[in-house]
Design a protein around this ligand. Structure first.
Ligand SMILES: [Zn+2]
Length: 488
């Protein structure tokens, strides 16, 4: 055993040493092959320009793109949508990608490949292993690295000609103006309503078109906002995020125990579409339109994608700007000064998500206490209701737990109000009327609501039966009792 361990270590050392040598050789080769500016050659060319008849000199490069760019972009240059004009527009446009995650990775990669002028990336997070199934520009070896740096490294590998600008921080009301003002087009690749409203507001104030997308579970949506990006109060401008979604979704629906599922290709599709819309906008001349009258009226539309529906894509026509929009209408009082001062509280606006706290201390037990009940075979005939979604439950659960997802309880709320159906469906006939019911969920929020509901339904037999939840849910169980519990 020791022998093979030593041998394996020896091999690992040898591999890393060889890899270092290989890297060094590659570096030497790159240095050798890269053209070194020759001062005498430059002198010659300057003096050649001075000559009256420069016939015997190498012809001057007279085309608008660099030589290698013609071959790099050859396949898009010959498309009517792009053409040489579109390519030059791309090359002179600075694009900002906010969020280097599931949407930002494919979006930035395609924009880098297409040859935008400058590509800025904003994100304050680092790469985690759980990101990799969908955030395809990162890699296992870059876990722990700033996402911005990881994404830029990937894009630079695709296209080293593009200047990249890292912004290693989250967008805030304080830094939004100084970051966004440097760009011509903005992509919202974030995943929370708080940032969506902030990004939309700054784009309205600075008159930047905004390509916004989102994805959750198996669905996605995409919309090009503030297009054309005319001044606040102008009826010619495209709607902003607040015109389409004047009110944020309920805070509870944003962060809940059941949250978090996402299929990699779904968010990938949406990110790719964001890049596509951005390229179309730029190639069509949005940058030139910002300072002039728009060529034609754009009809805003919301594109919906569903991976599970028979019609994968649906497009919904949207209205133009709302006459009473908080941000972009003539009634708006939103200013850069106000935004910068922090008087607009985006977190507050989107609802504060505080942990649920509806149960009394005596109605809750710790994971350790529940483990003691199990270990000592106390309370043998109790019922443990696990209210996580089935997929979470299937990955790992406490032995003997019965799975009744919170969503099932919610959707059948009406039919179970009298308690009869629930008793018949989920509570085994063999459970004595005085046997305790414990409820567990992912982090201990849903379990409280279920406990409360079961009591309201009279299942506690007027105090004859204990109903309570496990504080901190399966997260606490993993921490306190069984750290092998697979947990997502
Ligand atoms: Zn608006």
């Amino acid at each position: 055993m020791n022998l093979s361990t030593n041998k394996a270590q020896e091999l690992r050392d040898k591999i890393s040493q060889t890899e270092e040598e290989l890297q060094d050789l590659r570096r030497q080769l790159v240095e050798l092959e890269s053209p070194v500016p020759d001062p005498s050659a430059e002198q010659e060319s300057t003096s050649a320009l001075d000559r009256e008849n420069p016939v015997d000199t190498i012809p001057e490069w007279k085309w608008p793109l660099k030589e290698d760019e013609y071959s790099r972009y050859a396949r898009q240059l010959i498309l009517p949508t792009v053409g040489i004009r579109g390519q030059l527009r791309l090359k002179s446009t600075a694009v900002l990608v906010i969020g280097a995650g599931g949407l930002g990775c494919p979006a930035a990669a395609y924009l880098a490949g297409a040859g935008v002028g400058t590509l800025g990336v904003v994100d304050g997070d680092t790469v985690e292993a759980s990101n990799l199934h969908r955030q395809i520009a990162h890699s296992t070896s870059r876990v722990g690295m700033m996402k911005v740096d990881s994404l830029i490294e990937y894009c630079r590998g695709l296209n080293p000609n593009v200047p990249y600008a890292p912004h290693r921080e989250h967008l805030t009301p304080q830094n939004a103006e100084s970051i966004v003002s440097k760009y011509d087009v903005v992509l919202d690749c974030t995943d929370h309503p708080t940032s969506r409203y902030l990004i939309s507001d700054i784009c309205v104030l600075l008159q930047k078109p905004l390509v916004s997308a989102s994805a959750l579970r198996t669905d996605g949506q995409l919309i090009v906002l503030n297009n054309p990006p005319t001044a606040q109060g102008s009826k010619e401008g495209g709607p902003c995020y607040r015109c389409v979604f004047p009110k944020p979704p309920p805070a509870d629906s944003v962060v809940s125990c059941g949250e978090g599922g996402i299929l990699g290709p779904v968010v990938g599709v949406m990110g790719v579409l964001q890049a596509l819309e951005t390229i179309k906008l730029i190639a069509a001349g949005i940058k030139e339109e910002i300072n002039s009258t728009p060529k034609e009226k754009v009809t805003p539309s919301l594109l919906l994608f569903s991976a599970t529906s028979t019609t994968s894509f649906r497009s919904i026509r949207m209205r133009s700007r709302r006459p009473d929009c908080f941000a972009c209408s003539s009634k708006s009082t939103l200013t850069l000064k106000e935004l910068h001062s922090g008087s607009l509280d985006y977190v507050q606006f989107c609802g504060v998500t505080t942990p649920v706290n509806v149960l009394k201390p005596e109605e809750r037990i710790t994971a350790t206490e529940y483990n003691a009940i199990l270990a000592k075979q106390l309370d043998k005939t109790h019922l443990l209701l696990d209210v996580r979604e089935k997929e979470h439950f299937d990955i790992g659960s406490i032995s003997g737990a019965v799975n009744v997802p919170f969503s099932t309880l919610q959707s059948r709320g009406k039919s179970i109000t009298n308690g009869e159906r629930l008793e018949l469906e989920y509570i085994p006939d063999t459970l004595p009327p005085d046997a305790a019911i414990y409820v567990v969920c992912r982090v201990g929020n849903d379990s409280q609501l279920v406990t409360q509901k079961l009591k309201e339904m009279g299942l506690d037999k007027n105090g004859g039966r204990f109903i309570g939840d496990i504080k901190g849910g399966m997260q606490a169980w993993k921490r306190e009792v069984d750290n092998t519990m697979p947990f997502t």
